[in-house]
Design a protein around this ligand. Structure first.
Ligand code: ADP
Length: 689
């Protein structure tokens, strides 16, 4: 079945042909003259035209020429009806584009047969034209796709090539406006046109105020659909009235929007608009769009990954540089070791500190610090330790090292890092501070012991003095001289004891200030000792037995002052400070008497050695609690078992300092309830004079 236009001024022929053709199944239109025929042919697009040659106005030849000049109608099967069949006419008709000639009167069978044959030819010509058109469109689209892909492949930047891609796409799809519209992956409604394109003739034609991005275009509902991966392809006419108005304002009659995803995330869309006609895009064009979107998507993935890689690399380099700077600028000593303890890295500070070159370290010729490889690194990955070391200049320095075991992602041991610092000064300052603190504590204790001693030891003689003075004042005229003198002596004794106490305190004060006078003189030691013992005995006439003995052990008189004075045993002499020696012997023996019960036995042994002399002062008294022995030589210190036995706690302190001044030593052995032995060792000084 075909569409056939009959152009003839003869109504009879019109009717006959119409009847014949309709009977054959064709659709028929009639035009009564050439002008009408051309108009109808243009509007109706018939497959075949049967036109009378001789007509008033435009003749068939002219009609044929004009119809064939219209491109869409060039393949229309054109039959000229002619009364004569002369060769001349045929040539003219063929020149005008006619495909067939039929002479009047028309023979129906012949006409129909010619029409069938002609229409077949026309149909195949039309088909081939359509195919050619489709082919050329497809090849144009393919060329566009090749251009797009070539452009994307050649470009590694994230932006440079999209302008060209979009213009190629816009041209290939014959669009009035094409764009790549970018969306924020976090918020798809935050959009901006990344690149857009207008055909040359339209550039700059968009009215001001309607530039994108416009808050109303694309509608929010579309953006949501696009973000879900949906393609939008519509004409303005298909939209609801509210949206249609937006499109009218923007001159958009048809639009296609294709979402783009990068690594599965929506990141914008590609769009094309038609402004002058409501033309939608056919399947081939949609294929091009789809392929372009895929290519852009791949390009974005690649360039994003590359940009990300470049960013990571730059960040890595920066952090490496920062790390290196930190490590190199460190004043801390940093070194790294392989799991077997081999030194693999040291920082500049390390080399500077140990005065070695990086090369020497690399050769492993000097490894001052070795990590502790014996520990369990998994339970104990970080340890801090102190380490003393003798430097090349012989100085001993103390370091604090923090050893850290390093693991990879699979928790395998990579090695160790040790960070160290010289803490010698800090350590010394700490020690000083501790010493100062201890001294401070000692002083506080000393003060409290001093106060308790003073309150005790001064009160007793003061009370004696006051009461004796009171009694004297009251009875001086009633008592006889002897009685008065007795009380005066009591006052004097108490005053002397206070004086002695004060002397002791002053002695300690002088010793603290290192101001004890040391005035060694030759002393006949044996005689000197016995004199002191006799004095003590005189003060305690009946109570104790004090036994003196003298011994010689490995004694070499040639080494001592003895030779100089030419004395022989037993009256040998030693160079010592008389006053201090009196303090030593007097205090020790007096204590032995004081801290042993009445009728106790005190032994004093003088033992001459090769280059030293020893005094042993031994009693069978109350003894000293072992835990208190270390404190005995502190000023004002008294053991807890002294009970009511009077004392100041200064005697042994004085003894100790006096022994020290002689360059000697003192030691004590004691058993509670059994007795005590003090041993003093004094060097025998060579006589210089
Ligand atoms: P004090 O004036 O208390 O005797 P010292 O300094 O002479 O002071 O002695 C200090 C302390 O040592 C005494 O208080 C006492 O506890 C103890 N001590 C000293 N000598 C003896 C000793 N021979 N037997 C027992 N304890 C002693």
């Amino acid at each position: 079945m075909a569409k056939i236009l009959v152009i003839d001024d003869d109504i009879t022929i019109q009717l006959v042909l119409q009847h014949l053709l309709e009977k054959e199944g064709h659709e028929v239109a009639i035009a009564k003259d050439g002008k009408e025929g051309i108009r109808k042919a243009r509007d109706w697009h018939p497959d075949g035209i049967i036109c009378d040659w001789l007509m008033p106005g435009l003749d068939g030849l002219e009609v044929c020429r004009q119809v064939k000049a219209i491109p869409d109608l060039a393949t229309t099967f054109f039959v000229l009806l002619t009364a004569r069949e002369e060769v001349d006419d045929l040539v003219k008709g063929l020149d005008a584009g006619a495909d067939e000639f039929l002479s009047k009167p028309v023979e129906p069978e012949k006409l129909l047969a010619r029409m069938r044959a002609g229409l077949r030819t026309v149909k195949s010509a039309q088909l081939s034209r359509t195919l050619t058109q489709q082919l050329s469109q497809k090849s144009a689209l393919l060329a566009a796709l090749v251009e797009v892909q070539g452009c994307l492949l050649a470009d590694n930047s994230t932006n440079g090539c999209y302008a060209q891609v979009i213009s190629t796409l816009g041209r290939a799809l014959d669009a009035s406006h094409a764009y790549f519209w970018e969306a924020s992956p976090e918020s798809p409604n935050l959009n901006q046109i990344r690149v857009d394109w207008f055909p040359l003739q339209h550039q700059g034609s968009r009215r001001p105020g309607l530039q994108y991005p416009d808050s109303s275009y694309p509608p929010a509902s579309w953006l949501e659909l696009l973000a879900k991966g949906q393609v939008i392809h519509t004409t303005a006419a298909n939209l609801p009235a509210s949206e249609r108005q937006i499109f009218q304002e923007l001159d958009i009659q048809a639009v296609v929007l294709f979402p783009i995803t990068v690594n599965g995330k929506y990141c914008g869309f590609i769009g094309c608009e038609n402004h002058n006609r409501a033309r939608l895009w056919d399947d081939s064009e949609m294929d091009l769009l789809r392929a372009t979107v895929s290519a852009i998507s791949l390009h974005l993935e690649r360039t994003t990954a590359e940009a990300e890689k470049a960013r990571s690399l730059a960040a890595l380099q920066e952090s490496e540089a920062r790390y290196r700077a930190i490590v190199e600028d460190q004043t801390e000593l940093i070194c790294r070791f392989a799991p077997d303890g081999t030194l693999t890295f040291v920082n500049d500070a390390y080399c500077r500190y140990f005065g070695i070159s990086t090369d020497a370290v690399r050769r492993g010729s000097l490894v001052p610090i070795i990590p502790d490889l014996t520990r369990d690194f998994y339970t104990d990955p970080v340890v801090t330790r102190e380490h003393s070391l003798i430097l090349l200049n012989g100085e001993v320095r103390i370091h604090q090292w923090t050893d850290r075991a390093l693991f990879d992602a699979q928790n395998r041991l990579l090695g160790f890092q040790a960070v160290g610092q010289d803490i010698t000064d800090r350590k010394r300052a700490e020690e000083e501070a501790i010493k100062a603190l201890e001294k401070e504590k000692e002083l506080v204790e000393l003060k409290s012991r001093f106060i308790s001693m003073v309150s005790h030891e001064f009160r007793t003689p003061l009370t004696t003095i006051l009461s004796a003075a009171d009694l004297l004042e009251y009875y001086i005229d009633n008592w006889n001289r002897t009685k008065n003198l007795e009380y005066i002596q009591r006052i004097q004794t108490a005053a002397v004891s206070m004086m002695n106490l004060l002397e002791d305190v002053l002695f300690i004060g002088r010793s603290e200030a290192n101001k004890i006078l040391f005035n060694p003189k030759p002393i006949q030691l044996s005689e000197f000792c016995q004199k002191i013992l006799a004095e003590i005995k005189a003060c305690n006439p009946t109570s104790h037995s004090i036994i003196f003995s003298e011994h010689f052990l490995d004694f070499d008189p040639a080494q001592t002052v003895v030779s100089k004075f030419g004395q022989s045993s037993p009256t040998m002499m030693a160079l010592m400070d008389e006053k201090l020696l009196h303090q030593i012997i007097g205090n020790l023996v007096a204590n032995s008497v004081k801290y042993s019960a009445n009728h106790g036995r005190v032994e004093f042994q003088l033992v001459w050695g090769k280059s030293e002399v020893k005094f042993y002062v031994k009693d069978n008294g109350i003894g000293i609690p072992p835990e208190e022995i270390p404190h005995l030589f502190e000023s004002f210190y008294r053991a807890k078992n002294t009970a009511d036995i009077p004392g100041t706690g200064l005697g042994l302190a004085i003894v100790k300092r006096s022994v020290d001044v002689h360059g000697g030593e003192i030691s004590v052995e004691s058993e509670l309830g059994k007795g005590t032995t003090f041993t003093v060792t004094l060097p025998l000084i060579k006589y210089q004079g």
